[in-house]
Design a protein around this ligand. Structure first.
Ligand SMILES: *Cc1c(COP(=O)(O)O)cnc(C)c1O
Length: 371
C-alpha cells in the first residue's frame, strides 16, 4: 500500500532529537512564552528572510489575528473587502468573516490553482483593502504581479502560506512577499509540529508588536492590557519540536520536488491533467494535485492498485452550509476544480519504487476497464 502521507515515518526519523527536545522543555520548568519560542521565532524569521516572526496557536489564528491587528492599527475597518481565491481551504475565509470583513471570492487560474491579476482587477471595488493570496498546494502564487497590483491600488497583502513553507520565487520565500504572512505548523503541513501551531512573518514592527499583544490577552507587559486580546500562543513543547524539524525542511522540500518531478515525467494518461510546477523552487509540493473528469473511477482504480488518494477539497467554501449567503454565487471554474481534483501520495520519504507504482497505476487507468 502506498500511503498518502506517512506522518509517523516522517517524525520517527527525528525520534531521538524530538525526545531530547521534550526532555529539555520538561526539565526547564518553563512551558509558555520562553526561550524555545523566542529561538524558533528568530530562526523562522531568518529562514523566511523577514524581520519578525510571531508564534501563535495555529494557522487560522495567524490569519485572523493579522487582520485583527490591522484593524487595531486603523489600517482597515469592518466592512472592508478582501480579495481571496474562491478555491482555498475554508480557513482563509473564516479569518476574514471572523473580523467582520467581506470576502470577495475570486476565481483562480485553472493552470496554477492560484490567483491571477486579471481576475483580481475585475473583482476590485472602492471598498477593497486587502488581498489574501493563498499559495495553494505549495505553489507560490504570482507574487511579483500580485504585489505590484496591490501597490498600484493601495492594498495590503496577507499571504496564506500554510501550505508553502520554503517555496521560493526570484530568491524570495513564501512569507517574505506580503505585508504579512500566515503559516500553519499543523502536523501534516510541510513543516509540522506534533500538535497545533502557527506563526505570522512580517517586516512591519508595529504589526509584530500588536500581534504579540493580541496573542497574549492583549498584553505585552504583564497585567497591562492594551487590547481585548485572545489566548493564542505557540507553546514551548511545540516550538521545541519545530526547532528540531526546521533545519531539515529544505532537504525534505527537495525530496518532495524529486517525487513531483518523477510524477510529472512518468504520468502520461489522457484522462489525467498534471499540475504546473512553475519555475524551479516555486513549488514546495505540499500536495500533488491532478485533475480528471472521472474522479470517482480514478480514485477506485488507484485504490485497487494499493494507492491511497485524497481530495483537496470536495466542496468549495461558497457551497458550505457555514456560508448560506454565498450559496447563490456562481463560480464555475472553482466548482469545476472541486469536481476534478485528486491528490496523489506526497511524502518526502516515498521510495522510488513507491512513486513508480503510483505512476504505473495512473498510467494503467482507462475508462474501458471501468464499464
Ligand atoms: C492548514 C491551513 C490553514 C489553517 O491552519 P491550521 O493550523 O490548521 O489552523 C489555513 N489555510 C490553509 C491554506 C491551510 O492549508
Amino acid at each position: 500500500m502506498v500511503k498518502f502521507l506517512d506522518l509517523k515515518g516522517i517524525n520517527s526519523q527525528h525520534r531521538q532529537a524530538l525526545i531530547d527536545a521534550c526532555i529539555e522543555v520538561i526539565d526547564s520548568g518553563w512551558y509558555i512564552m520562553g526561550e524555545k519560542l523566542r529561538r524558533f521565532e528568530v530562526d523562522f524569521a531568518d529562514y523566511c528572510g523577514v524581520k519578525h516572526c510571531v508564534g501563535v496557536a495555529n494557522g487560522l489564528d495567524a490569519l485572523t489575528l493579522t487582520l485583527r491587528a490591522w484593524k487595531q492599527l486603523g489600517r482597515i475597518a469592518e466592512g472592508d473587502e478582501v480579495l481571496v481565491p474562491a478555491n482555498t481551504y475554508i480557513a482563509t475565509i473564516l479569518a476574514i468573516t471572523e473580523n467582520k470583513l467581506v470576502p470577495t471570492l475570486v476565481e483562480p487560474e485553472l493552470e496554477s490553482f492560484n490567483l491571477g491579476v486579471e481576475n483580481l482587477t475585475q473583482a476590485l471595488t472602492p471598498r477593497t483593502k486587502v488581498i489574501m493570496p493563498v499559495h495553494l498546494y505549495g505553489r507560490l502564487a504570482d507574487m511579483p504581479a500580485i504585489t505590484n497590483f496591490a501597490e498600484k491600488h493601495g492594498l495590503l497583502v496577507l499571504e496564506d502560506s500554510a501550505q508553502a513553507h520554503g517555496a521560493k520565487l526570484e530568491g524570495r520565500r513564501a512569507g517574505a512577499w506580503g505585508d504579512a504572512s500566515g503559516f500553519s505548523f499543523y502536523p501534516g503541513k510541510n513543516l509540522g509540529a506534533l500538535g497545533d501551531a502557527g506563526a505570522i512573518t512580517t517586516n512591519d514592527d508595529a504589526l509584530a508588536d500588536t500581534l504579540k499583544a493580541l496573542r497574549n490577552y492583549g498584553s505585552q507587559v504583564k497585567y497591562m492590557n492594551m487590547y481585548q486580546g485572545v489566548n493564542s500562543r505557540l507553546d514551548e513543547l511545540q516550538a521545541a519540536m519545530l526547532a528540531v524539524k526546521l533545519p531539515l525542511l529544505d532537504s525534505e522540500t527537495q525530496r518532495r520536488q524529486q517525487v513531483a518531478q518523477m510524477y510529472l515525467d512518468g504520468i502520461c494518461n489522457p484522462h489525467i491533467a498534471l499540475p504546473e510546477p512553475g519555475v524551479p523552487g516555486q513549488h514546495a509540493w505540499h500536495l500533488f494535485v491532478v485533475r480528471t473528469g472521472h474522479r470517482e473511477q480514478l480514485q477506485q482504480h488507484l485504490s485497487s492498485h494499493n494507492v491511497q488518494t485524497l481530495v483537496h477539497y470536495p466542496i468549495p467554501p461558497h457551497q458550505q452550509k457555514a456560508y448560506p449567503d454565498f450559496a447563490d454565487l456562481s463560480l464555475p471554474l472553482t466548482e469545476q476544480l472541486h469536481n476534478e481534483v485528486i491528490s496523489l501520495p506526497m511524502d518526502p520519504n516515498l521510495t522510488v519504487a513507491s512513486v513508480q507504482s503510483v505512476i504505473d497505476a495512473c498510467n494503467s487507468f482507462s475508462l474501458v476497464e471501468q464499464s
